[in-house]
Every structure is written in structure tokens, then in C-alpha cells.
Design a protein around this ligand. Structure first.
Ligand SMILES: NC(=O)c1ccc[n+]([C@@H]2O[C@H](COP(=O)([O-])OP(=O)(O)OC[C@H]3O[C@@H](n4cnc5c(N)ncnc54)[C@H](OP(=O)(O)O)[C@@H]3O)[C@@H](O)[C@H]2O)c1
Length: 310
């Protein structure tokens, strides 16, 4: 028997396995492509030949493949479980999927914790690593000392979907922000603007804007109260179009900004042009067709030019 089994030896799985082994935990691992797991053989790491063998090997089971569907199949297909097992599901998934896995694990007699890793693999087991968890509180407390090896462990409550909700709510602003930041770096380089000035002013201004956005977003009347309105939906459409044209002129894909410009244009068309742009989440859905389009790269001629596409 080992103390913890880790199923999935990708970039994140390997970081978790190394941290656990270095902290003295006995670890059993399994990976779909066996060679990736074999490379991890070291003191206190045992390689299992099947997912069921990995589940059998430890009381604490960490699932960290890149696929919720794969994790569900692994649990579905595993044989009868010994009592006292806790599954910690760390693969990004939707809240309803986490809740479904919790029921599946309960039906097998186990306890379920769902986590979201708010860190990169290289940050695991450093002060930069935070992992949030929801689900069975007793099981979380029992596993806490092992989970704290991986980073700060924050418990969000009994809802197994809680970690996914928080992860999505953080990734929604984070994802376009870092893409925009890397685009900003490219523009500074192209224009010969000093990167250190870009970095220091950004670090000064963005946290203040984040705090301001949290405050506005919680005031129900902010979008419509003339005393409060600061930037209208119509102005947002204008400035985002300006961003789209400029990044395109710099040879950067303007797609994120085209989608945002369409969103605010839809708001103007719906008669909400003079509302504050804090109403963005309540504007009519105009970009859903992007979800069904092929992810294939567009032909060069189909890239929207200045004056078109946004
Ligand atoms: N990397 C990051 O920066 C980061 C940060 C935070 C959270 N996460 C989360 O960590 C999870 C894993 O990400 P990762 O970066 O480790 O991904 P990765 O390096 O691409 O590894 C994917 C892992 O999933 C396994 N896998 C994929 N499909 C499978 C299937 N159908 N059946 C069984 N195993 C399957 C792969 O096995 P094979 O080796 O056989 O392909 C591999 O072990 C994701 O949910 C991700 O959101 C990652």
C-alpha cells in the first residue's frame, strides 16, 4: 500500500507526484501512456499497470488527467473499492461535472473532494501555489496535511462544484488579460516603448481597476444610474474597435477585440448604448456562433482588415 495514488502523469501530474514524493509520501502513479509513468520511478514512487490497480493501492486518489470524461470512465470502470477511500479530482471541469463525480464516488462508498489548481506546474509546492477545494469536509481535513504539500489549501465548502465555479470566475478575467498583456509586450517592442515602463505602470494601475470593477459589479443600479455611469456601452464599442484596428495593424490577431466589439454593438442595437458597460454580462448573446465554427485557422484573405470585421 502507498499513501496516495496519482492518475495522470502530464505536466501537472508530474509536478504533484514529485512534490508528494519529495515530502516523503509513498506514491503510486498511473498514466495512459506507460512510458511517461515509467520515467517517474524513483524512491517512494511505484508505477501501477492499470487505473484500477492505482486506485486499489492508496486511500487517497488524485485524478489529474486533462479530461473529465477520462476520469469518469476510470472511476466507472474500477472494481469494488475498499472502504475509506477519498478521491481528489483536480482536473478542470464544469461544476455540474464535479457534482456528478461526487455522486459516482459516493455510490462506490468513497468520499469526494474537487479541487482547482490556481498555479502553474513549476509553482507547485512553493508559496506561489494555491489550490481551492470543495466537497466532503471530513475527508478534506483528513487529507489536509498531504494536500498542503502541494500549495496553500483553501476549503470553500461542501458543494463539490465550488472549486470549479471559482476557477472559472478567475480564469474569465485572467485569460484575456494575460493574452492582452503579451500582445501589449509585442506592441511595445514593435514601437520601441520601454518594457520596464510598461510593466511598472501596469502593476500600478491594474490592481486599482480590478478593485473598482469589483465594486461597480456589485451595485445593481450602476449600469443605469446617471449619477454613477462612467463609461457607456457605446463608448466601450468605440474604444474596443480602436484596439482591434491597432493590434491588427501590428500583425496581431484582433479576434478577442472583434468579439468584444460585437458584444457592445449588440448592446447599442438593443437600446442600451447609454448604460454603463458594467452591464456587459447582461447584454444580448451575439457571439455564440463562434462556439460552433471550426477551429481551423482562417485563410489569410479572410482576416478582417481595417474598417471591416468589427
Ligand atoms: N499545465 C498547467 O499550467 C495547469 C495549471 C493549472 C491546472 N491545470 C490542470 O491540470 C490538468 C492536467 O493538465 P496538464 O497540463 O498536466 O496536461 P498534459 O500535460 O497535457 O497531460 C495530460 C494528461 O492527461 C492524460 N490523458 C489525456 N486524455 C486521457 C484519456 N482519455 N485517458 C487517460 N488519460 C488521459 C494524458 O495521458 P498521456 O500521457 O497518455 O497523453 C496526460 O497524463 C488539466 O485539467 C489542467 O486544466 C494545468
Amino acid at each position: 500500500m502507498s499513501q496516495v495514488s496519482v492518475l495522470g502523469c502530464g505536466k501537472m501530474g508530474r509536478a504533484l507526484i514529485r512534490a508528494l514524493a519529495q515530502a516523503g509520501r509513498g506514491v503510486t502513479v498511473w498514466n495512459r501512456s506507460a512510458e511517461r509513468a515509467q520515467g517517474l520511478r524513483e524512491n517512494r514512487v511505484t508505477v501501477a499497470t492499470s487505473p484500477s490497480a492505482a486506485i486499489e493501492a492508496s486511500p487517497l486518489i488524485i485524478l489529474i488527467t486533462s479530461s473529465y470524461t477520462a476520469n469518469k470512465a476510470i472511476l466507472d470502470q474500477s472494481g469494488p473499492w475498499r472502504s475509506g477511500k477519498t478521491v481528489v479530482h483536480l482536473t478542470a471541469c464544469q461544476p455540474r461535472e464535479a457534482r456528478a463525480l461526487s455522486e459516482l464516488v459516493a455510490a462506490k462508498g468513497g468520499s469526494y473532494i474537487d479541487g482547482a489548481i490556481l498555479a502553474y506546474p513549476k509553482q507547485i509546492a512553493t508559496p506561489a501555489s494555491t489550490i481551492v477545494y470543495g466537497g466532503d469536509s471530513t475527508a478534506f481535513e483528513a487529507a489536509r496535511s498531504t494536500l498542503e504539500v502541494l500549495g496553500k489549501a483553501a476549503y470553500l465548502g461542501a458543494d463539490p462544484g465550488a472549486a470549479s465555479v471559482l476557477e472559472v470566475a478567475i480564469l474569465l478575467p485572467f485569460t484575456p488579460m494575460v493574452v492582452g498583456l503579451w500582445q501589449g509586450l509585442k506592441i511595445c517592442r514593435l514601437e520601441g516603448f520601454p518594457i520596464d515602463a510598461y510593466q511598472s505602470i501596469t502593476r500600478q494601475v491594474i490592481p486599482l481597476m480590478v478593485d473598482d470593477s469589483f465594486k461597480k459589479g456589485q451595485q445593481e443600479d450602476f449600469a443605469t444610474n446617471p449619477e454613477k455611469i462612467e463609461c457607456t456601452v457605446a463608448r466601450a464599442e468605440d474604444y474596443i474597435k480602436h484596439l482591434a484596428h491597432y493590434v491588427h495593424d501590428c500583425g496581431i490577431d484582433p479576434g478577442i477585440y472583434c468579439a468584444l466589439a460585437r458584444l457592445f454593438a449588440g448592446g447599442v442595437a438593443a437600446g442600451l448604448g447609454e448604460h454603463d458597460w458594467v452591464c456587459a454580462p447582461d447584454l444580448p448573446i451575439v457571439n455564440a456562433n463562434l462556439l460552433t465554427q471550426e477551429a481551423a485557422p482562417p485563410a489569410a484573405t479572410s482576416v478582417p482588415g481595417k474598417g471591416g470585421g468589427v
